[in-house]
Each structure stands twice: as C-alpha cells, then as structure tokens.
Design a binder for this molecule. Sequence first.
Ligand code: ADP
Ligand code: MG
Length: 441
Amino acid sequence: MITHSFRETLDGGLEKTGQVVPMIPTFVFGWPSGDELGDYLAIDLGGTNLRVCLVNLQGKGKFEVTQSKYRLSEEQKQDDGQKLFDFCAESLKTFIDSNSGEGGLIQVSPGQKLPLGFTFSYPCKQDRIDHGVLIRWTKGFGAANTEGEDVAAMFQKSLEKFELPVTLTALINDTTGTLIASRYVNPTTKIACIFGTGCNAAYMEHIKDIPKIKDLGLPDNVDMAINCEWGAFDSFEHEHLPRSKYDVIIDEASNKPGEQAFEKLISGRYLGEIMRLVICELIDDGILFLGQNTYKVEVANALDTALLSLMESDPTDELLMIIGIFSHFFALETTLAERQFLRAIARLIGRRAARLSACGIGALVGKMGYLEDGCAVGCDGSLYNKYPGFAGRIHEGLIDIFGEKASNIRTHHAEDGSGVGSAIIAAMTKARKDAGLYVNL
Ligand code: ADP
Ligand code: MG
C-alpha cells in the first residue's frame, strides 16, 4: 500500500508544481559519458559538515579527489543565511589558498576561473542550473532570510566578497550528484538514494513524462534528472505512513512540524531520538534503569544514531558494547535483560527505516519499469554506509514488494556523490553550453 501511494505521489509531483513531493527538474540533461575530463571545484553543504573538494576527472569512470571538511555549528545553521554562505566562501578560500602555493594542486593563472559545482542539499526550485530558490530548509536548518531566496545568487555574493577565482557553474542537490557520480563509474545505475542526516532520491526521467515543464519547449526525446525530495512524502496529511506515538512527538518537537514525514521515520537525524524517546517513556514508567540517575539520557538528541549502529553491531553475548555506551554517555548501569531489550529496540527502528526506504525505491522501480532488466541503485550517506545490515534490510523489503525478481535491483555504495557528482555535472554543463544546447537553462 505504501509503495502504491508513493508511486501516485511521484506522478503527481511531475504533473504539477507546488506538490508536497516536489519532483524537482534539475537541468541535468541525460547521463554523463564517462569521458568527462579536467579539474573542478566542488563545495558540499551537507546536513552535518561542509566539505570542499578539488576533483580531477580522468575519463573512463576514473577520478581523484582532494578534500577538506569543516564542521558546521548549530548556531550557523540557525543564524543569518548570508553569513552561512560567507562561511562556505571563506572555507573555499582557505582550501584554495592551502592547495595553491608552489607545487600545489590548484594553479590558477591571472584572470582564469575554475568551474565550481555547489552541492546544496535542500529543496530548491530551479529555473536553470545555476539558480535555485530555497523552498524550505530541512534537516534541522533554519537560517534566516534564505527561504524564498535564490541561494545561488546569495552564494555568488559571498564568492565575490572573498574575491575567489571561481565560476559557479551548477547548483546541485547531493542526490542528483550521487546519481551522476554513480553512473560515471557504473553504467547500470538508474537511481540514487541518500541516507544521511536526511533521506532523498533522484533518477532520470523522460521530458515527455514531466508535464509541468512543457512550457520550456524541450524536445521529447531528451532526459532530465529529477530530484524527488521524497523525504516530504506523506507530510501534513499523514495518511499513508504508520506513525508511532514517538514519531508524533518527534514531529511536534521539530522546527518543522508536519513536514518531511517520510524522512522523520528514516534518516540519521531522527533514529537516535526515536530510541531515546522509547527509553525515556520506560524510565517514566519505572521499567528501565530503576533507582539510577537518568538525567543525561533525558536531554533531547542525547542519543546519536551512530550509537544504534554500535548497539546493533555488538558481537558479544554479554553485550559489552552496550554496557560501554550507557555507562560512558549516560552514566547508567544496565542489566543483561535491559541490554538485550535495548538492542531489540535498535533493530526495530533500523529495520523499519530500511523497509520504508525500500517502498520508495520500489515506487521508482515500478514506475520506470526497471524490474525486468534490473538496475543499480547508488546509495550514499552514513546510515547506508555505516549502519549494520541497512542494505540487507532494504533488499528484504524489495523482495517483499516484488518477489524474487527484486534480486535484479542492486543497491551499492556510491563513491562520493556530492563532491565528484557535482564536479561531473559542472563538466557536463560546461560541455552542453559550449555546444550551444539550451544555453539559458
Ligand atoms: P550529511 O547528511 O551531512 O551529508 P552523513 O551522510 O554523514 O552527513 O549523515 C550524518 C547522519 O548520519 C547524522 O544524523 C548521524 O547521526 C548519522 N550517523 C553518523 N554515523 C553513523 C553511524 N555509524 N551509523 C548510523 N548513523 C550514523
Ligand atoms: Mg551528504
């Protein structure tokens, strides 16, 4: 039922603008050839980190990446938007400066500008590839004066402020980048998913099946990547996804109640908190940690999703890892029965997230008719990469949806979607415009 309604929602988003799942046209036209070449800069404003990369595309699906990561503070996420972009530009400047001296990797001659791909992984409405109006912040961001603004123009302003030798070639979403980067190395890729702070998917659609952009007058036989923004599935109405009371609490306590309903059941930002709420309820009911001081675990967001990964991967009969986690982070002693119970809860939360993700993948596979010939699904994000068994549980879900043929659908770890993908899209865009194709888009 979920897969079915998901598919209807995806079609609805292609039909009309302003839908809950916005199915955003990305202006990335078709697949990369695999022979894209040259040096490109990429900057990735993720939910947790800011990453700056220099990507050297070598063709034949090969590349090299040099990168630096910068931590984003909670204050930066909520402060003024222009300040956030200034921080991005400043970090880019630090990166260029530290890599461009004598013998450095970045050599820019006077007047030369390096193409830059900006991975901005929040839903934007794009009229062309180097433009994007932020529809709404997700993943706990709330920077002021940014929603409803063209973030490419805001970032451009910051780039000029720091006098950087770069041209903002493409504004992309990490999910679209993952799609293109995965395809660059694996030509059977047709779908990409992100399971990190947030969750999302992208795929390649036929222009003729995107009624809402008919006005652009593009030929029917070209394809365009679609950024689904599927984390928004079932927002506001809550009519398709079964939510527990813990999910409702998370939603109501979030900075965007009602929104991102699918994401709130799945992504890294929320899974730890779901478990913490279960624990808190059982503390209140006098069932867990009797007679102990529990204030540390009663702080909102005190339990990171990474800890669920650790609990699930504990190989010992005594569950020594879980002893360690609860004593170290929360100053709590646990009985073996409590630890077994805690692990069982982690399993339920992790398994539900993976199986719901399978519903989304199943909707795309069904809609595009990929089941018979099969396809690869490039996946990125800490949850997919680090949560034990996450991929296997997605696959179990796909088998429950499609039966044995689900083995034609293979998920795999997508190597660096947001950096490399962004660079490849910058390369594709430059080549497209140099060839005079849809130069205004
Ligand atoms: P971003 O979303 O910023 O691109 P990531 O893909 O690294 O970054 O996702 C970060 C999210 O993944 C955080 O919510 C964090 O709680 C979660 N996370 C980090 N490490 C792990 C882990 N080992 N297992 C499960 N989740 C993790
Ligand atoms: Mg990411």
